[in-house]
Design a protein around this ligand. Structure first.
Ligand SMILES: NC(=O)c1ccc[n+]([C@@H]2O[C@H](COP(=O)([O-])OP(=O)(O)OC[C@H]3O[C@@H](n4cnc5c(N)ncnc54)[C@H](OP(=O)(O)O)[C@@H]3O)[C@@H](O)[C@H]2O)c1
Length: 179
């Protein structure tokens, strides 16, 4: 069982789009800074396509790349052949740090981890662009909005954004009620 807090961090457009053609669909330096601040010192779990889209290792963070490709190796990163193994490795790495695992996407990996997550740290992007990668639906019966903040718009930011944090209503590991 995962001990660390599992946080999904994503920038999501009004129509659920998170990316197109294996890249982001907007330019948002303010959000990239927030991503850096939220993730520094914490293990990042990401799909192989997201890793290749970023194109490099992010400093100050251990990266765990999920891929089915047996031969896939990246110097300086960890590679896991399934999501479960990746999360377990991230959990071990998180133990010696801030006890939080960051799931950094993309669509396939968010979809397979949202049921395991404790927190969703979402940047709402005020656009509805065409795209081929989507964030899974955030079910209000499961997720409670606990914080919303509109940062000042950076001069190089294309759309307006809001930072929205969600917590799971029924925390993982809590006893069933009414028993
Ligand atoms: N807006 C945001 O916050 C944000 C964040 C991250 C990414 N993105 C965007 O999302 C898009 C990429 O998302 P995506 O869904 O196409 O790709 P992805 O989730 O990044 O990676 C998919 C790959 O992960 C591996 N994988 C997935 N499930 C697996 C499993 N159960 N076991 C083993 N390997 C598994 C496979 O790699 P192999 O094919 O190598 O086997 C698969 O092709 C890009 O457009 C990117 O820019 C946006």
């Amino acid at each position: 069982m995962i001990q660390a807090t599992v946080s999904l961090v994503a920038a999501v457009a009004r129509n659920g789009v998170i990316g197109v053609d294996n890249r982001l669909a907007w330019r948002l330096p303010t959000d990239l800074r927030r991503f850096r601040d939220l993730t520094m010192g914490k293990p990042l779990v990401m799909g192989r396509k997201t890793f290749e889209s970023i194109g490099r290792l992010l400093p100050g963070r251990e990266t765990i790349i999920i891929t089915r490709r047996a031969e896939y190796l990246v110097a300086g990163a960890h590679v896991a052949r399934d999501v479960e193994t990746g999360l377990a490795l991230a959990d071990r790495l998180a133990m010696s740090g801030q006890n939080e695992i960051i799931v950094a996407g993309g669509a396939e990996i968010y979809a397979q981890t949202i049921d395991r997550a404790d927190r969703l740290l979402i940047t709402e992007v005020d656009l509805a662009p065409p795209g081929d990668a989507l964030f899974p639906p955030i079910d209000p019966a499961i997720w409670r909005e606990i914080r919303r903040e509109r940062p000042p718009r950076g001069e190089r930011d294309e759309p307006e954004i809001e930072f929205v944090d969600y917590a799971r209503r029924d925390p993982r590991g809590s006893a069933p009620t009414g028993a």
